[in-house]
Design a binder for this molecule. Sequence first.
Ligand code: ACO
Length: 327
Amino acid sequence: METRSIIIGTGSAIPKKIIHNKDLEELVDTSDEWIRTRTGIVTRHVVEEGETNSRLAGEAAKNALEMAGLSPVDINLIIVATLTPDMPMPSVACLVQDAIGAKQAGAFDLAATCSGFLYGLAMADGYLRIHPDHHVLVIGSEVLSRRVNWKDRGTCILFGDGAGAAILTGAENGRGIVTSHLHADGSLWDLLAIRGLGTREEVTPAQLEAGLQFIEMNGREVFKHAVRALESVTMEALETAGWKGEDIDLFVPHQANMRIIEHLRQRLGLSEEKVFINIHKYGNTSAASIPIALDEANRSGILKPGAKVLMVAFGGGFTWGSVAMKW
Ligand code: ACO
């Protein structure tokens, strides 16, 4: 039987502080009703003083290790997908490696925005083909609240903070990753970007005054591209896996907008209980959204061994991708 990469443990970490739609009505010209109907979001969680990306990532990792029944020294590689690291150097992955005591592990961050966790799963899958007995910790972790302009109603209503983790290893039991597809289109980068704080220009007070450290998004354009790309990558995954829409036991899309998810659900002809949704609680947590969803689904017992799971994501870059697996 073919060796495939299986997930043997999941974990997540969500900051305690909650921001309700009503709270946002105090900050920008918006309403609870507009946010619910246009996005499906009701609350989002954000960090408080002292909570960091690497701490959330570390907590999610510990929860995943506990579920997998592994010790931190059993981990051989740590991949953290994030667009909001604690700092440019070192990587969040190195901070997590130290925090959890994964002394045998290599560690690096991966920048693929909201698709980052799926890119990470694909990298882990490739690595495990060479070292099937190793354990790879893939984390998606974000502190988007520090990169959101709380005066911009087009973005501040959407995002939240959190982390999710999964531990993978090789197995010959008919389960595991069946296929992955990764895509990008850098020509459209400026529809969704954080322009400042990079090395293209000196970081100046004027830049910060202009808000270049914040997420800027042309929501309407991103929405159109996201729907098209997610539909196409979903069909591509089904075709490669040899599955039909109705074969999917759980569809786990990136949680960016309820209307995008609903469009995909109808396109696939899936019943509502086959689509995992938690956007109402957390908003868009970028790279963390799929691993948080996976952990919630896993802990609630929805995911039975062998269940056909299809994950799809789209984000800034643009990047998009899919991972199909038998749980
Ligand atoms: N409250 C009230 N009104 C608002 C708000 C708000 N928070 N935001 C925008 N509006 C207004 C607009 O000004 C506009 O008014 P107008 O018609 O008078 O010009 C109207 O509502 C409609 O605006 P749209 O931008 O067309 O609203 P849309 O239905 O597209 O929803 C949204 C906006 C939610 C941002 C949507 O476009 C979206 O979800 N886009 C995709 C997001 C996504 O998938 N991102 C990718 C991942 S994120 C990452 O990679 C980090």
